[in-house]
Write a protein that binds this ligand. Structure first.
Ligand SMILES: [Zn+2]
Length: 215
C-alpha cells in the first residue's frame, strides 16, 4: 500500500499570509440547521496557504494558472534539506548539487525539487520571513535542468529582488510555497508529488492540495 503524506496547510480564517495581503476569511454561509445544507464563503488572495505560482505572477504575458498544462503540477519529487542554514541564507547551486549527489539523483524534466527549511512551524511569527531563499545561482541551475516545479515550506521561494521567481517563472517552472510536512520526505527521492490548482481564469496562482505518494 502506498503511503500518502499531506503537504498542505489548513486554510482557515486568519491563516498567515505574505505582508500586504489581506487576512483570509472562511465564513459560514449556510448551515444544515438553518438552510438544510452547509457551505462556506471563501475570501482570500490566490497566494494564500499552500499554493502554486503561475508564470503570469512575475512575467508579462506569462502563462496564467488556467493555461499551465496539468502535467507541470505533478512529477518525481526530491527534497533538499536546507534546515541547517542560517537566517535568510542563500540556497545556492553548490548546495543543491551537493544534496542531489548525496541522494544519487540527477534531476531534469519530470522532477519536482522541494526545499525543506522547517519554517512552516514559524508561520505567523516575525521570524517566518527569515527563511532561506533561492539565490540566482540556484534558480539558474534549476531552470537549466528544466524541472517541472520547485517548492518550499516557507512563505516565499526567495527574497527581494526575487531571483527565484523571475528566473523559474521565466522558464515556465511553477513554484509551490507554504508546503508543510517536507521533513517526512527527506532522503526519499523519487516519491510522486501532486499539487493541482484551481483553474482560475487569468489567475496568477491558486491554493492547492499538495500530496506526496510513497511506494
Ligand atoms: Zn505565491
Amino acid at each position: 500500500m502506498p503511503r500518502i503524506v499531506d503537504l498542505t496547510m489548513k486554510l482557515k480564517t486568519g491563516t498567515p499570509v505574505f505582508p500586504g495581503y489581506p487576512t483570509p476569511i472562511v465564513h459560514k454561509w449556510t448551515s444544515i440547521e438553518e438552510h438544510g445544507y452547509y457551505s462556506n464563503l471563501l475570501m482570500f488572495v490566490e497566494h494564500t496557504g499552500t499554493h502554486v505560482d503561475a508564470p503570469a505572477h512575475f512575467i508579462e504575458n506569462g502563462l496564467s494558472i488556467d493555461n499551465v498544462p496539468p502535467e507541470k503540477f505533478m512529477g518525481k519529487g526530491v527534497v533538499v534539506d536546507v534546515s541547517g542554514l542560517g537566517k535568510r541564507a542563500s540556497i545556492t547551486k553548490e548546495l543543491i548539487e551537493e544534496s542531489l549527489r548525496d541522494q544519487g539523483v540527477s534531476i531534469g524534466p519530470g522532477w519536482i525539487v522541494l526545499f525543506y527549511t522547517g519554517y512552516d512551524a514559524k508561520a505567523g511569527t516575525a521570524e517566518w520571513f527569515d527563511h532561506p531563499g533561492l539565490d540566482e545561482s540556484g534558480a539558474l541551475y534549476l531552470a537549466e535542468k528544466g524541472v517541472n516545479a520547485v517548492g518550499i515550506d516557507a512563505p516565499s521561494i526567495d527574497h527581494e529582488p526575487f531571483p527565484g521567481h523571475k528566473i523559474l517563472l521565466g522558464k515556465g517552472i511553477v513554484i509551490y510555497e507554504n508546503l508543510t510536512n517536507l521533513r517526512e520526505l527527506i532522503n526519499k527521492p523519487g516519491f510522486k508529488f501532486i499539487g493541482l490548482p484551481l483553474r482560475i481564469k487569468h489567475g496568477s496562482a491558486s491554493p492547492v492540495r499538495a500530496i506526496a505518494i510513497l511506494e
